[in-house]
Write a protein that binds this ligand. Structure first.
Ligand code: THU
Length: 134
C-alpha cells in the first residue's frame, strides 16, 4: 500500500461524510501494521457534540475489529467538492491515535497529488498517555 493509495482510500471515504451542518467533509484511511485498511468519515449530529471525526471513526472501526497496531493514517478534508485543502487532525483525534500508536505513526495530510507527511510525535509532542498512569 503506497501513501498515494492510502490517500485515495481516504478520498473515497470522504464521499460518505455526513456533514450537513458544517459542510466540511473529512475522510480518513488507517493502515494497520498487518496491512489491513480501515476507513472513516465524519458523522455530524443535530446536537453538535455527538459529532464524530473521520479519524476516530476509522480508529474505532479498526479497534472494534481487533486491530491495535497501526502504521499510517491518511486524512483529507475540506468544504469543496475536491478535498484539496490541507486538513490537520483535531487535538482529540491526535490523542485517540496516541492511545494505540507510538510516535512513529505516519500521518499523511493534504491531497493525493500533494501529500505532506508527519509523525505523531511531531503533531502531538509532550503527550499524556498510558505510561503516565503507571
Ligand atoms: N473534523 C474531522 O472529521 N476531523 C478533524 O480532525 C477535524 C474536524 C470534522 C468534524 C466536523 O464534522 C467538521 O469536520 C467540522 O469541524
Amino acid at each position: 500500500m503506497t501513501d498515494r493509495e492510502l490517500m485515495e482510500l481516504a478520498v473515497e471515504a470522504r464521499k460518505r461524510a455526513y456533514a450537513p451542518y458544517s459542510g466540511f467533509r473529512v475522510g480518513a484511511a488507517l493502515l494497520s501494521k498487518s496491512g489491513k485498511t480501515y476507513t472513516g468519515c465524519n458523522i455530524e449530529n443535530a446536537a453538535y457534540t455527538p459529532t464524530n471525526c473521520a479519524e476516530r471513526t476509522a480508529v474505532f472501526k479498526a479497534v472494534s475489529e481487533g486491530e491495535r497496531d497501526f502504521a499510517a493514517i491518511a486524512i483529507v478534508g475540506g468544504k469543496g467538492d475536491e478535498p484539496n485543502e490541507f486538513c490537520a487532525p483535531c487535538g482529540v483525534c491526535r490523542q485517540v491515535l496516541a492511545e494505540f500508536c507510538d510516535g512513529n505513526l505516519r500521518l499523511l495530510l493534504g491531497a493525493p497529488e500533494n501529500i505532506r507527511a508527519y509523525t505523531l510525535a511531531e503533531l502531538l509532542p509532550c503527550s499524556f498517555g498510558k505510561s503516565d498512569l503507571h
